[in-house]
Design a protein around this ligand. Sequence first.
Ligand SMILES: [Ca+2]
Ligand SMILES: [Ca+2]
Ligand SMILES: [Ca+2]
Ligand SMILES: [Ca+2]
Ligand SMILES: [Zn+2]
Length: 584
Amino acid sequence: MRRLKLFSFILMAGCLTVCNTFSWSQDISVPLRFDRYYNYDELVQAMKVLNKAFPDLTSLDLVGHSEEDREIWAMTINNPKTGDPLTKPGVYVDGNIHGNEIQAGEVALYFMNEMLTKYGKNEKITRLLDKNAYYIIPSVNVDGRYHFFEDPNTPSTNRGLRRPKDDDRDGLFDEDYPDDLDGDGNICQMRIRDPFGTQKTDPEDPRLMIPVKPGETGEWTILGSEGIDNDGDGRINEDSEGYVDGNRNWGFNWAPPYVQSGSGYYPFSGDGIRAIRDYIMERPNIIMVFAFHNTGGMYLRGPSVKSQGEFQRGDIAVYDYLGENAEKIVPGYRYLIGWKDLYATYGDFGDFMDHIVGAYTFVGELFMSSQETYREEDAGAGDPDGGGFFGESNTRSRERLKFNDHVAMGELYVPWKPYKHPVYGDIEIGGWVKMSSRLPHPFMLQDLVHRNAAVVMFSAEQTPEVKMEVFEKTRIGKDLFRVRVRLSNDKAMPTITYHSVREKVYPMDMLTVSGSSATVVSGGKITNRYTDQVSYKEDKPEVQFCQVPGFGMIEYQFLVSGKGQIKIHFESRKAGKVEQTIDL
Ligand SMILES: [Ca+2]
Ligand SMILES: [Ca+2]
Ligand SMILES: [Ca+2]
Ligand SMILES: [Ca+2]
Ligand SMILES: [Zn+2]
């Protein structure tokens, strides 16, 4: 049903030449290599190999199954000697929610490989691993990843979830995919000679075309992606896989498909998406989140839709600190706001994590094709021969073709070749291969995965770290003591996001004072230490609700009556526990 049987033989032959350049199945061992890409099976194998090599520091969880019953795996990296994962700040990293955006998976794999292989050898990484719990799902859309490697594709196909949809409403589901007519493993473009066409050959590079000017004779008409009319309905490539977009299917600010394309019929209709939601909700300690995608070189934060309004000032300060440092760690990448700088999205993952989980969330849009040629991404702006936000001008294309010719040794572009099409007759097929455009050539992959993993590490270092100091204990009467406690945090992130505090997303942190022979008479937050101002809490003064800010501290005062030992205990959903016992 997917494709004509006729082509299956040449399909396999085609894949041998294309896939081998970028991935191979032998030798998955520790340390992992990153001069290659990992298909779905290899990616799972790589996770298992890491788990086997570092059994004390890792565990593998089967998160759930996809639409096509593939396994979705998560790895936890945690040092049990420094505590249970739930008692530490949780750092969540995923990738590849869009099936074609595969290097996101390599970034996640690299992060795991780097943390584990350098633990105990590199001082900084050792400290980071001991500090946090890490939850990593390298491939969210496992079906998309599988089909991106195994099937002929364009750089942009196999993005959505494998939930059949009848795009052209003819009663058949996913019946007319593009077809790899020349059997090279790629879906390229078709063009036909046509004196009435709107394109002519680019004199600077005959592989490219430029629009004809008014009055000129045309040379080419572009027919679209490689394909035939598989179901004989007179249309070509009109109903391929899906389409539900995993990153529009989350249950916060979800909108139906007539508002948000690809959102699915209801929130969490995706099997794998639902399983990952459950996995996340079972880990309420998650406070830092990275979701990797391609392409464009961006670190995006929310809000995803303008009508949500801007985040709270305290949260923006955290995002700015992390985002501005990310820009320095990955040259050329920009720290941007989703709805404002890119486009509005409803029901996306980031919104869910910001608003429901109460975590700081970045979407990392990996790769800039300008890094192939060392020119600005927007070189095409104002160019008369076109180029839009995601499109590009011939100026860019000419440069990218030189990169293909002289650096990638021709591996990224298929020159136009004649083909006899059953409907169009004599046509030509050619263009960019699936492993181009949105993905770095393997020789550039190492740099991409390292720098972006370093961004995760920088942020992981900035998860809250609360220290407790009892800075005063004074006898102010018979068996009456004044006890002052400082909770400080020298990292950028507060113990709870400001959004979570305002919207009461989950319980505040708690500071409690208890002792078997002592009673807390009064207690409250010190608003001015010098003028002795305290904002006392009327009921249950032995329990104080609080948030420890980033790069800051809060102080509390308790009047305690009694004797013996008292225990001062701080507990946070995201920032763990600290405790001290003192003698009155
Ligand atoms: Ca159909
Ligand atoms: Ca092809
Ligand atoms: Ca058709
Ligand atoms: Ca059809
Ligand atoms: Zn994406």
